[in-house]
Design a binder for this molecule. Structure first.
Ligand code: SF4
Ligand code: SF4
Length: 287
């Protein structure tokens, strides 16, 4: 079973929920798909036991010795990345058109280092994550690699808990595809509601079962009611409501999952959401 915790944008409490679930389910394999700002490892702690460079992009390179300055590559490049028989690395998309048209085989495509994948052994199981090179592109490919590596650590029937990338871009698609269920963490603001609807259509497009939890629901009861209404209309089960609780900030400062404070208002609710969600997913899978 692969469960992803996801949100329409960063800062909605997604990692607070994901870290708590990862902590509660010892046997799970944890995957941090937020490759541009991974932080699950800070909360779950542990030692890195595997580390690999990841080359997720390509850049064209012109060999001045072979180039006959015919200009064919510049004409073929749709990204205006070639001028004066030189490639602008920042503009090159690695499409390879220049390599095809060059009559003198003077252009090659070089692999670009876009990130590093890591496996950490935590007190609560393995965590697969990545660190993306600043300014690099291709976060979706890196997410796919992080998930692939996590799969290699599956021994029996361990569930996967994924901390998804925020938003609705290519990294999110790479995070969501192949998952069984998604818990969408929504905050009660108008933009939160709109982000949720966009994300919901993406999750449904990929055939993933959607569930919702409303974080800091008590900060805006009107929008919380609107989210509930939308969930009813869209037939998305609301698994629970996390109240605003200063313990969450305390847990972040102490680098602990908030469920380490099981008597706190937020910790208690997240434990209830986790139990409820597990039951619902089991029921849905049986159908
Ligand atoms: S690989 Fe594509 S984008 Fe890059 S220089 Fe060649 S044609 Fe342009
Ligand atoms: S197509 Fe090849 S030979 Fe012609 S300008 Fe480009 S690199 Fe040089």
């Amino acid at each position: 079973m692969q469960l992803i915790i996801i949100s329409g944008k960063g800062g909605t409490g997604k990692t607070t929920v994901a870290a708590s679930f990862a902590y509660l389910e010892d046997k799970s394999i944890k995957v941090d798909c937020d490759v541009e700002a991974s932080n699950l490892h800070l909360v779950l702690k542990g030692d890195d036991i595997e580390r690999h460079d990841f080359f997720g992009a390509k850049t064209a390179k012109i060999d001045p010795e072979k180039c006959q300055k015919c200009g064919e590559c510049e004409k073929a490049c749709r990204f205006n990345a070639i001028s004066d028989f030189q490639v602008d690395e920042l503009k090159c998309e690695g499409c390879g058109a220049c390599t095809v048209v060059c009559p003198y085989q003077a252009v090659s495509l070089d692999d670009d280092l876009t990130g590093e994948t890591l496996i950490s052994k935590t007190g609560k199981g393995y965590l697969s994550r990545a660190e993306m090179v600043i300014g690099a592109e291709g976060s979706g490919k890196l997410v796919t690699e992080v998930r692939k590596i996590a799969g290699q650590y599956k021994k029996n029937n361990e569930p996967f808990i994924l901390d998804g990338s925020p938003g609705v871009g290519c990294a999110v698609m790479a995070s969501v595809t192949g998952c069984d269920a998604a818990l969408i963490v929504v905050e009660p603001t108008q933009s939160g509601l709109e982000d949720f609807l966009r994300l919901l259509s993406l999750i449904r497009f990929f055939g993933v079962l959607p569930f919702v939890c409303i974080n800091k629901y008590d900060l805006n009861f009107d929008v919380t009611c609107q989210i509930e209404r939308v969930c009813r209309e869209e037939k998305v089960p609301v698994m629970g409501y996390i109240p605003f609780d200063s313990t969450v900030q305390r847990a972040i400062n102490e680098l602990k999952p908030v469920v380490c404070y099981p008597k706190s208002k937020a910790g208690r609710q997240i434990i209830m959401i986790w139990n409820r969600l597990n039951e619902r997913i089991k029921e849905e899978i049986k159908k």
